[in-house]
Design a protein around this ligand. Structure first.
Ligand code: AMP
Length: 434
């Protein structure tokens, strides 16, 4: 029978069996971000449509084709956020953060929404963790961003990633480059897809985002057009010096990186440094994360000229890769299962509630037979069971059984905490600790 309701196309339920990995990855990320001294920011899941249209660029793929745009009952034009940076910058301006300090280091984590064609690693609701440094144009900020970016992947167990970097220069650089690219591609116009031909008119840099194998061959200089022009060839002096300082900073930190002349990033507000990491094992949707400088963004929102640099990482893809590579988080601490008898039924919930202040505790909600309770303890992965025998309970005692060794001991109520500590923290049983 077909179910009447299913999660909308491109969205997923994350069930308890897999949530452990997510929580682990999120916790590792939080640790790293806090140690770097970044402050968490949480912004609404939807914003004025205009905010994204303005910052991402009306002509961008995200705005034109992927926006979850809607009108609310008050006739407001809104959109589910497709990314985090625009909201962070909006909040930065709205709350006058500039008056509270020159440089702000911020991070966020949460779901984003894009109406793309769902496939492996691409969803309509997906999770990002991201960070921003707002308020300085110093190349050192770009270097710190990339170091943080790499250290997040490191904390998740990815040790061998190479960061691809490029410089997009200033808007003038990009306009100059767009002309060069247009002229270079012109002889091959008829061989381009309809999409790319349209991009060639509106924004030739976007042609570099293509996934079409024939077009990729062209871009790699294998289509008779000769080598593709490079952004770095048209960089202004300041952007060039900035880029060199960033690269020197990365070298000093020993961060593996390589130049990627085709890296232009999908959103319009990027300036100067752009970076990404890919993992080919993900197939077509190989980008794990990316970022860059966006010195024009806050001004575009009506604020004073304020430089910024940031990145975002797709958590869904990180989790996919963790699974594929066999990275497993440490299992959560196993707990104790309370097994009650007929005369101690009411004791189990009371004892469980008290012990749950410290330990992971379970018991049988249905008051089934002892055998069924023992099976449930086993199935639930409990480390130990606490048997509430009627006579023992009358004497103020319980029986603790270590499910790994099968060893049983009778413990007085006052001794429960000490015994559980020893059992659940895994210290050896029955041996004197000198
Ligand atoms: P972007 O803002 O497009 O650079 O996205 C940053 C990261 O978010 C990408 O590198 C991906 O890992 C992830 N991402 C972007 N779009 C999606 C999507 N539709 N589904 C899953 N992850 C995504």
């Amino acid at each position: 029978m077909a179910l009447k309701h299913q999660a909308p196309r491109g969205t997923r339920d994350l069930l308890p069996a897999e949530i452990g990995r997510w929580q682990w990855a999120e916790a590792r990320a939080r640790d790293v971000l806090e140690r770097y001294g970044y402050g968490e920011i949480r912004t609404p899941l939807f914003e004025d449509y205009e905010l994204f249209a303005r910052t991402s660029g009306e002509a961008s793929e995200v705005v034109q084709k992927e926006m979850y745009r809607f009108t609310d009952l008050g006739e407001r034009e809104l959109a589910l956020r497709p990314e985090g940076t625009a909201s962070v910058c909006r909040a930065y301006l709205q709350h006058g953060l500039a008056q509270q300090g020159r440089i702000h280091r911020l991070w966020y984590m949460g779901p984003m929404f894009r109406y793309g064609r769902p496939q492996k690693g691409r969803y309509r609701q997906f999770w990002q963790v991201g960070a921003e440094i707002i308020g300085t144009a110093a190349p050192g900020a770009d270097v710190e961003m990339i170091a943080l970016f790499v250290d997040l992947f490191d904390a998740w167990g990815f040790k061998d990633l190479t960061v691809a970097i490029n410089s997009l220069g200033t808007p003038e650089t990009r306009a100059r480059y767009a002309e060069r690219l247009r002229a270079w591609l012109a002889p091959a116009r008829e061989r381009l897809s309809a999409d790319s031909r349209q991009r060639l008119e509106s924004n030739p840099l976007r042609v570099l985002d293509t996934k079409d194998p024939d077009e990729l061959r062209l871009l790699h200089g294998e289509g008779g057009l000769g080598p593709m022009p490079r952004l770095l060839e048209v960089l202004d002096d300041e952007s060039r010096a900035h880029f060199e300082a960033v690269r020197a900073g990365l070298v000093a930190l020993g961060i593996a990186h390589e130049l990627d002349h085709g890296l232009v990033r999908g959103l319009d507000y990027y300036t100067r440094t752009a970076f990404e990491v890919h993992d080919r094992a993900l197939g077509a949707q190989s980008a794990l994360g990316g970022g860059g400088r966006y010195d024009g963004l806050i001004e575009a929102l009506g604020g004073p000229a304020t430089p910024g640099v940031g990145f975002s990482i797709g958590l869904d893809r990180v989790l996919l890769m963790m699974e594929e590579r066999g990275f497993a988080p440490e299992p959560t601490a196993a707990g104790v299962f309370i097994v009650a008898m007929e005369g101690t039924r009411l004791v189990a919930p009371m004892l469980a509630r008290a012990l749950r202040q410290v330990y992971t505790v379970d018991y049988d909600l249905e008051a089934r037979a002892v055998n069924a309770q023992m099976k449930a303890a086993d199935k639930g992965g409990a480390r130990a069971v606490m048997l509430l025998g009627e006579e023992e309970w009358q004497r103020g005692e319980v029986v603790l059984k270590d499910l790994r060794t099968g060893v049983q001991q009778t413990v007085s109520l006052e001794g429960i905490v000490e015994a559980l500590d020893r059992l659940l923290l895994g210290e050896p049983q029955g041996t004197e600790i000198p």
